[in-house]
Structure formats: C-alpha cells, structure tokens
Design a protein around this ligand. Structure first.
Ligand code: FAD
Length: 311
C-alpha cells in the first residue's frame, strides 16, 4: 500500500485528530469540495439539482461507531425523518447507512430493527431502495448476516461489497442466492494482508473480475448491480464487457461521490447509463474525509492550498 495512503488511513482513526481537525477553518472549507453542506437540507437542495440533470442521489449521514444506544436511536430518528423529507420533495434519493452508526458495536437486534423501519418507510413513501454500506473487515460477516435477515422481510434492501477483500468472490456467489441489489466498491479501509489484497493493481483487476460476474447476473436475472467507482479505465472495461454480453446501457449503473469526476458522471448519463451521486452530509465528517484524501493523496495539496492561501 502506498505510504501516504497508509498514513492518511491511520490518521482517520486517531481520536485527537477526530476531535480537533473539524474545528479548523481551513479543513472545514476544504471538505466542502466533497459535501454540499453539513445539514440534510443542504443535501436535499443538492440532490434536487442533480436529479433534474438525470442523476438521482444516495444520501449518507456521516458518522460511525456509535458508543451508546441513544446515539444510534437518534441516527434512526434522523433517517426516518429524512425518508419523509425525500418523499416530500418527490426525490428518488436512496438512503445508505453504516451499521455501526446504527449501533452494531452495541447490539445486533437494534440496527436490524432500525434498518427495517427506515427501509420500510422509504419503500412505502417513495418506493426507493435502501442500502447498507460495508465497513472495516471486522464488521463484514455481521453486516452480511444482518442484510440476509433483512432480505427475508423486505425486498428493497441492497448491500455494498468490497473488491479488496479476499473473501468477496465467495460472498458474491452466496449473495447471488438471495437475488438482492449489490454495490461493488474497491474498499476504503486499511486491512492486513491476510484479509485484503494489498496491491492496488490487483484490487483493480479483482474489481473487474467481480464486475464481470455482476454484469452476467443482471443479464440473466435483471438484478440491479452497481459499480461505484471513479476509475475511468475500470468503467471503460465494464462498459466494453456489458456491450460484449449485449446488456442494454440502461441496465448498467455507476455511482460516484459528490464533487468527483462530475464531467464523467454527465457523459455516462448522456450515453444512456444509469448514474447516481452519493451525497454525504453531517458534522462527523473527519474519518470519512480522511478516507477520501487517502484515495487520492493529491487532494492533500488542495487542503494545504486552502490553509496557506486563504488562512
Ligand atoms: C457511491 C459510493 C459508495 C461507496 N461506499 C463504500 C462502502 O460502503 N464501503 C467502502 O469501503 N467504500 C465505499 N466507497 C469508497 C470506495 O471503496 C473507494 O475507496 C473509492 O470509490 C475510490 O476508489 P475508486 O474505485 O474510485 O478507484 P481509485 O483507483 O481509488 O480512483 C480512480 C480515480 O478516481 C479519482 N478519485 C478517486 N477517489 C478520489 C477522491 N477521493 N478525490 C478525488 N479524486 C478521486 C482519481 O482520479 C483516481 O485516480 C464508496 C464509493 C462510492 C463512489
């Protein structure tokens, strides 16, 4: 793993930095590149603009590892309220949650119940899908188990899987058994070699191999499969593969983060592909933001420019 990436991922877990960095003016300014604002209203306004351009949104409120159930309950209330606001504005915005934000460190039943309520409300009010993010490897099995339990009760639930993990190919085969929507990402967490592929080139290749399987799944069963990446080369290979198996463009879906590769997002829409933009909001942006810097260490220069030139 690239040394800068490794340092940034380590910094993302540092408690002192977590407490202090969000107070610094220049980092608050720099983070605006990746999020329209801290409130859900900021996110709703941005989502309305994107949706008019043919790019619906996915919302995630930043935060993870709730340490008290009251905290997790507040997150549940927030998402239930947000599902109402999304419906109120007639948006097809989907919600994607982190299970540790909903209390997975404290209980398995509480986040299960909360997800069930949020997904059911999103379905009832707008018919929108609901997604579960994938966090660090220590949570993968519990996340898959909870997802499978939810799938037995609700149809509109999808799950994120990470190409960097050795286990994912087997997980994908198992997940195909339940025929749910899946979102493939490379993986944003620092993981040891026995758990995850360390070479970026090999992760990219593994991501393509998994994409091939997912494209075939859509072709055979019409299942919604999502490729969440900004990697032009990988996107090009996925498109080429989809054409090879004669999968119509509107059955291939890409997702990207707010503020990244916006030109590519619009081009894909013009070419007839489905595109969604993930809009993150909330005050607890520090670990998430550090993972974004780690994905492209050149972003650190952007932060420093904000510090040096704008005080
Ligand atoms: C919709 C969505 C949902 C996600 N959900 C999860 C999740 O649940 N769990 C999880 O572990 N990870 C998640 N991720 C993050 C993901 O795992 C990757 O860390 C991230 O997408 C970067 O990988 P990449 O595929 O874009 O490829 P990379 O090879 O990292 O990047 C390809 C190119 O994209 C551009 N780029 C990528 N990231 C940035 C950035 N931060 N700033 C500026 N340019 C950038 C650069 O030009 C780079 O060269 C999600 C990503 C997206 C888009």
């Amino acid at each position: 793993m690239n040394i800068t990436r490794s340092i940034l991922l380590k910094m993302s877990q540092n408690q002192w930095l977590k407490d202090h960095v969000p107070r610094w003016k220049f980092t608050r300014r720099a983070v605006r590149r990746f999020m329209p604002g801290e409130t859900v209203e900021d996110a709703l306004d941005a989502a309305a603009v994107f949706e008019r351009e043919g790019i619906p949104a996915v919302f995630t409120r930043l935060g993870e590892n709730s340490t008290q159930l009251e905290e997790a309950e507040e997150v549940r209330e927030h998402y239930l309220d947000t599902a109402g606001k999304i419906a109120g504005r007639g948006l097809s915005t989907e919600i994607s949650v982190k299970l540790t934000h909903l209390g997975l460190d404290l209980s398995v039943d509480a986040p299960f119940q909360y997800c069930k309520e949020i997904a059911a409300k999103a379905n009832k009010l707008s018919g929108n899908d609901f997604f579960i993010d994938m966090e660090g490897s220590a949570y993968v099995q519990r996340t898959i188990d909870l997802y499978l339990r939810l799938k037995r009760e609700l149809d509109n639930v999808g799950l994120c899987i990470q190409a960097s993990l050795h286990r994912t190919e087997k997980d994908l085969d198992d997940l195909f058994e339940v025929d749910g929507s899946l979102r493939l990402v490379k993986g944003a967490y620092k993981e040891p070699p026995d758990v995850a592929i360390q070479s970026k080139r090999k992760v990219d290749e593994h991501c393509f191999v998994l994409s091939q399987k997912m494209l075939r799944r859509t072709k055979q069963h019409g299942t919604r499969m999502i490729y969440a990446t900004h990697d032009d080369k990988l996107i090009g290979r996925i498109i080429e593969e989809a054409k090879k198996i004669k999968l119509p463009n509107d059955q291939v879906e890409f997702q990207m983060l707010y503020g990244i590769k916006t030109g590519l997002q619009s081009q894909l829409v013009r070419d007839g592909y489905k595109v969604r933009v993930l809009i993150a909001y909330g005050e607890s942006w520090y670990p998430w933001y550090m993972r974004r810097l780690a994905e492209r260490p050149a972003n650190v220069l952007f932060v420093l420019r904000n510090a040096v030139f704008r005080g």
